[in-house]
Ligand binder design. Structure first.
Ligand SMILES: [Fe+2]
Length: 451
């Protein structure tokens, strides 16, 4: 096999080679003056040049992380920056000293999956046992973090922030553990609670769900593969039909012995949209795949659907229904309502994941009316995940903006679009024109300036 380029290194996935700083970006429309902060988005961007073996074996989920940021203030787009997250490997490839931090149990990688703001710090995150990395306000790497010596192992990419306490809830995993680790990170950035939950086969766990009463745990059939590890795969996990699919439900104050497990048909979940208690039941809105990572591959999977799982913790049942069977992913919502009933959710058409093509629409779902709207983007735009930003501290649900990156094929560069959520298919409130292309990536956040 020669010259068979890895599809995840081409087209809109192709990594960029330069770190860029640009000021006073051109804007179409008007950036609301109340938006003061940074829109941050991260994704894999391997540092080249890659040799033929590296190219062939490259896995989308393990490419070195590059974070992109756009600073908005007083109606202006002050800057755009993109920076690699300097893990030891990335620092060495760039010829820079590594900002060594606490010893890493497991391994050190450049996080590429999520970038969040918590306790006044910006963190780049991945999963599978790697440490978080702290970034400065201008996206420079400060170094790996163990949350002030309180984190035992790695920390995952997806968290749920309890709006009542400001605490971050998460479930971490590592192939060398025979358990998952549920953690609570305090509003001031220290792990204040940790529960080891025994599991078999070292499953991959990408997300969790949180209600006011419960933590919901996905123990699904993608597990560590010694076979793939021996082949030298950078992410040795694959669909494992021998691993039973089950959902765990743990009272928020409970321990491992309090987890009740409920068997479900095999499926895969990357992302929770939201979850809440409905009387004695638990409602979880999420996106699920019939299966994923067959043979460790991220392409060729059956399409995902937007689903609702209603869990009865007493009867130990899960009622599963499909809300929308059109392929979609990257579910988000107004995160002030995490743990509480929500009316609206936002997704992206999932072709980027399913068929290795660009997603072309954002979707808005109304769970009360059972309706949805699709906001189309030009072919080849690869519109990404939309983060919801409320228009003010007391704004109602859905009163705010959706921010997403979308590639402009005519300009051959990426835009940040700011859409009024309540005028979902109308003209964007503002479009910020970045000077360069941002490769397709994973997740992002709005990080408001400190009040
Ligand atoms: Fe994710």
């Amino acid at each position: 096999m020669t010259n068979v380029k890895n599809p995840y290194l081409q087209g809109l996935f192709a990594p960029v080679a330069e770190e860029v700083t640009a000021h006073d970006l051109p804007v179409t429309g008007r950036i609301p003056a109340g938006l003061r902060g940074r829109y941050l988005r991260i994704g894999p961007n391997p540092l080249g040049p890659l040799g033929p073996d590296e190219d062939a074996s490259y896995h989308l989920f393990t490419g070195a992380g590059m974070v992109h940021g756009i600073r908005l203030r007083d109606g202006r787009a002050e800057w755009y920056r993109n920076r690699w997250v300097r893990s030891r490997d990335v620092a060495e490839r760039l010829g820079e000293p590594w900002a060594a931090g606490p010893a890493v149990e497991g391994f050190d990688v450049s996080p590429n999956t999520h970038v969040i703001e918590h306790a006044g710090e910006t963190y780049a995150l991945i999963e599978a046992g790697a440490r978080p990395y702290r970034l400065d306000h201008e996206l420079g790497t400060l170094g790996p973090s163990d949350f002030g010596g309180t984190l035992k192992g790695g920390y995952p990419a997806h968290t749920k922030k309890d709006p009542d306490t400001g605490e971050l809830h998460a479930i971490g995993y590592y192939f060398g553990w025979e358990h998952l680790e549920y953690t609570v990170l305090s509003a001031d950035g220290r792990i204040v609670r940790s529960v080891e939950i025994p599991v078999a086969d070292s499953p991959m766990v990408h997300d969790l769900a949180l209600t006011q009463k419960y933590v919901v745990i996905y123990d699904l059939p993608i597990t560590f593969s010694m076979r793939l590890a021996e082949e030298g795969r950078s992410l040795p996990y694959e669909w494992n039909p021998k691993h039973p699919a089950r959902v765990g439900i743990m009272p928020r104050s409970g321990g491992a012995a309090d987890v009740r497990w409920i068997d479900i048909p095999p499926c895969w979940v990357f992302h929770t949209l939201n979850a809440y208690d409905d009387g004695d039941r638990v409602v979880v809105d999420l996106v699920s795949f019939p299966s994923f990572m067959n043979g460790g591959r991220t392409d060729g999977n059956p399409p995902p659907t937007l689903d609702r799982w209603t869990i009865d913790p007493a009867a130990l049942t899960v009622h599963q229904e499909t809300i929308d069977d059109r392929a979609q992913e990257f579910p988000r919502m107004d995160e002030r309502l995490v743990t509480r009933p929500h009316r609206y959710g936002y997704t992206v058409t999932a072709e980027a994941i399913v068929q290795n093509q660009a997603g072309e629409a954002l979707m808005k779902h109304d769970y009360v009316n059972g309706s949805s709207e699709a906001r189309l983007f030009p072919a080849g735009s690869g519109v990404g995940e939309a983060a919801f930003v409320p228009s003010g501290p007391s704004a109602a649900e859905d009163d705010g903006y959706l921010m997403a990156l979308t590639f402009d094929p005519e300009r051959q560069a990426t835009d940040l679009v700011i859409i009024a959520s309540q005028d979902f298919t109308g003209e964007p409130v503002a479009t910020v024109h970045l000077p360069v292309r941002v490769p397709l990536g994973f997740h992002g956040s709005w990080a408001p300036d400190a009040a």
